[in-house]
Design a protein around this ligand. Structure first.
Ligand code: NDP
Length: 254
């Protein structure tokens, strides 16, 4: 509902592309004031403009690599300073995928995936918690269907996403008495830049998307806007009795 996030301040990581960018545009339409992060400044600026066109105020844009502690701290400070210490919503979305099972994955890949997908989320959440307690705010983490089930050939990614689900459930319990809700969404195959960035070429990516016809009960892959809709529900007052939930947005992955 337009205006349902009026007065709320939301920090979205990985907002320069894909699911994070769709979430930013939707939150802008719903009236939130936004702090958006990403490494790619040009992409971030483009998303910022799109948010303004959605009727939102000018978002605060913060570039930084969230695997670097000093960047995470600078980005977070930029967000809270920009909104006089108000923070109502944190969407931990930034992430990467890497391909390969136990015979192919390397320790270097493990470290990169865990630092990007899990450690940065842990760090950002720790910074945000004191502010979210003030506003009785909430957190949505972007996990994956790989956090709920096993699939071959994406070992380090699956470990990271299982960790995100565990993190979500534990932090939800830690913060329940402070009335801060913590949930995650678990998307199935979603049409974004993620897999191409992991090295799939156009042809391989097309084939991967096509397979969703058979692996997702609804017979298709998802769009980032459909994940954003679920995130918007979870951060809203309509989800006031939901915490520690990991919600598949996967078209019935089987
Ligand atoms: P995209 O590649 O389109 O977007 C990823 C975002 O994360 C970008 O904004 C990117 O910023 C940011 N990011 C990546 N690494 C870093 C870093 N080190 N520091 C700061 N920002 C970083 O992919 P998606 O939109 O698909 O991915 C978003 C989330 O959704 C991820 O957590 C992913 O695992 C999850 N997901 C995606 C699925 C899919 O099929 N697409 C399925 C299930 C889950 P920049 O480009 O500016 O560097």
């Amino acid at each position: 509902v337009r205006g349902s996030l009026n007065g709320k301040v939301a920090l979205i990581t990985g907002a320069s592309s894909g699911i994070g960018a769709s979430t930013a545009r939707l939150f802008a339409r719903l009236g939130a004031r936004l702090a958006l992060t990403g490494r790619n400044e040009a992409n971030l600026r483009k998303v910022g403009k799109e948010c303004e066109r959605e009727g939102g105020k000018k978002p605060i844009l913060l570039t930084g690599d969230l695997t670097i502690d000093a960047d995470t701290e600078r980005v977070f400070k930029g967000a809270v300073d920009g909104y006089q210490g108000q923070l109502d919503i944190l969407v931990n979305n930034a992430g990467i995928i890497a391909l390969g099972g136990i015979q192919k994955a390397t320790l270097q890949q493990y470290d990169k995936i865990m630092n990007t997908n899990v450690r940065s989320m842990f760090h950002m959440t720790q910074l945000a918690v004191p502010y979210l307690i003030q506003t009785k705010g909430n957190i949505v983490n972007v996990s994956s269907i790989n956090g709920l089930r096993a699939f071959a050939g994406v070992l380090t990614y699956s470990i990271s996403k299982h960790a995100i689900d565990a993190f979500t459930r534990c932090v939800a319990l830690d913060l329940a008495d402070k009335k801060v809700r913590v949930n995650c969404v678990n998307p199935g195959v979603t049409h974004t830049e993620l897999h191409k960035r992991a090295g799939l070429n156009e042809k391989e990516y097309e084939a991967y998307l096509k397979r969703a016809r058979f692996t997702h009960a609804l017979g298709r892959y998802g769009e980032p806007e459909e994940v954003a809709d679920c995130i918007a529900f979870l951060v809203s007052d309509q989800a006031s009795f939901i915490t520690g939930a990991c919600i598949p947005v996967d078209g019935g992955r089987h």
